[in-house]
Design a protein around this ligand. Structure first.
Ligand SMILES: C[S@@+](CC[C@H](N)C(=O)[O-])C[C@H]1O[C@@H](n2cnc3c(N)ncnc32)[C@H](O)[C@@H]1O
Length: 207
């Protein structure tokens, strides 16, 4: 998978522009209310969301599998502590006040999504918050390509996407209690579709 992303970053550079997602802005307010200082961003890309947290006074570690994304990120958001690694086997020996998972679990099939969620819980303090976003089954790409498993399609060579829904976000795992469920409809700068995309997200506490 890192090959796929490395190639994209080499050719497209700032793939989703330089602005943070609207979900990041909403989360920042909720994280602040929970006295957050330290945030782990998983699948951090070149840091467009992490940068917003840094600018608002947080320490940010960003784990990312693509060396090319990290190279761009070191220039775009040098204040982020980028860590090269996979969210499937991350072991950072640290617990954060918040773990931010924007558009990353959608890249995995069910078993691996569970692994990623377990790894997020492992890296979050008991009093912390976890945000998980995913493209939703209302998104324009839903149903395109070969179906791999429930709500999961190989939309093009090398890219499989899982599309989530309310039921799934409300019941994402036994150890996570949903505090807020939200939707975003957003057109991102530079997005190759040029269209608004539909996401669903949950903000959780650990039970
Ligand atoms: C859809 S992009 C989202 C990037 C970033 N969250 C953003 O919105 O700007 C998914 C990112 O996850 C990274 N990624 C894919 N598999 C990964 C893995 N196993 N471990 C860590 N990062 C991964 C990709 O390289 C890519 O940067």
């Amino acid at each position: 998978m890192d090959n796929f992303w490395n190639k994209r970053y080499i050719t497209e550079q700032l793939i989703w522009g330089v602005e943070p997602s609207s979900i990041t802005v909403i989360c920042e307010k909720i994280f602040k209310e929970n006295n957050t200082k330290d945030i782990l961003v998983i699948g951090a890309g070149y840091g467009r969301n992490g940068k917003y947290f840094v600018e608002n006074g947080y320490h940010v570690d960003g784990i990312e599998i693509s060396e090319e994304a990290i190279n761009i990120g070191k220039i775009f958001a040098p204040e982020i502590n980028f860590i090269k690694g996979s969210v499937l086997d991350m072991n950072l020996n640290k617990k954060y006040d918040a773990v931010f998972c924007y558009d990353i679990i959608q890249l995995f099939q069910e078993e691996k999504r569970k692994t990623v969620i377990e790894n997020c819980i492992k890296h979050c303090k008991n009093t912390g918050r976890i945000m998980i976003s995913c493209l939703s089954d209302k998104d324009m790409l839903y149903g395109i390509g070969k179906m791999i498993e429930g709500n999961t399609f190989e939309i093009r060579n090398g890219l499989t996407i899982h599309f989530s829904n309310e039921e799934e976000i409300n019941n994402i795992g036994e150890k996570l209690e949903i505090m807020k469920l939200g939707y975003s409809k957003e057109k991102m700068e530079n997005d190759r579709t040029g269209k608004e995309r539909d996401r669903i997200y949950g903000i959780y506490k650990i039970t």
